[in-house]
Design a protein around this ligand. Structure first.
Ligand SMILES: Cc1cc2nc3c(=O)[nH]c(=O)nc-3n(C[C@H](O)[C@H](O)[C@H](O)COP(=O)(O)O)c2cc1C
Length: 186
């Protein structure tokens, strides 16, 4: 068995009625079935960040520990007013050094046509500043309300499409994670 790769899947919003959490769980479940992969699911409603910034009082030590441990990240963001949610930005902002030289994949989610592409584009600038290595393509969930059933399972007609896309994106993410992990630990 290879050394496992730990991937933190970050859900992007705290909104009570959020639909994007279904995509986040689907992505996390998919990753947890891959060989030699450990998934940590990060729901921002489970954490608390005082004020702004990354000073000690602005951190949640449980999130710090996850970021430190993770070898890679998979961010699942909905689109809010052509950008990504403030709660996701707040959570990301609470850390800095532990993101450095780690890869990140992104999924965009919307209830309309665009699948969150504008949120993803906005997010790329911020995560580049954090030192994360951004994958060159993404996965999109437009009309998210049609993709997942009420019990959060994926609608049969979308299964093949997303299985194919996620297989490729996870393979790319893990490829970068293994190389960067080796380099970081040397
Ligand atoms: C404050 C707010 C702003 C939104 N702005 C956009 C937007 O600019 N573009 C878009 O496609 N969808 C927008 N949406 C709709 C989301 O795409 C929709 O809620 C979708 O289900 C994903 O977000 P959720 O996880 O909060 O449900 C917005 C939703 C909220 C709550």
């Amino acid at each position: 068995m290879n050394q496992p790769i730990t991937i933190a899947v970050l859900a992007g919003t705290t909104r009570e009625q959020r639909q994007s959490i279904k995509a986040a769980h689907y992505i996390a479940d998919f990753g947890s079935k891959l060989p030699d992969v450990e998934i940590i699911f990060v729901d921002p409603t489970d954490f608390s960040f005082e004020g702004d910034g990354n000073d000690p009082e602005g951190k949640d030590p449980r999130y710090t520990a996850i970021v430190e441990r993770a070898d890679a990240f998979f961010i699942v963001t909905p689109e809010y007013n052509h950008s990504f949610p403030g709660s996701l930005k707040r959570m990301l902002d609470s850390e800095l050094a532990h993101y450095n030289h780690k890869p990140v994949a992104i999924a965009g989610v919307s209830n309309g046509n665009w699948g969150g592409v504008r949120a993803v584009e906005q997010l790329c600038g911020a995560i580049r500043e954090l030192g994360l290595v951004v994958m060159s393509w993404d996965v999109y969930f437009p009309y998210v309300q049609n993709i997942f059933n009420d019990d959060n399972s994926i609608n049969e007609e979308y299964n093949d499409r997303y299985e194919g896309q996620l297989s490729k994106l996870y393979a790319e993410l893990i490829w970068f994670a293994e190389i960067l992990k080796e380099k970081r630990t040397k």
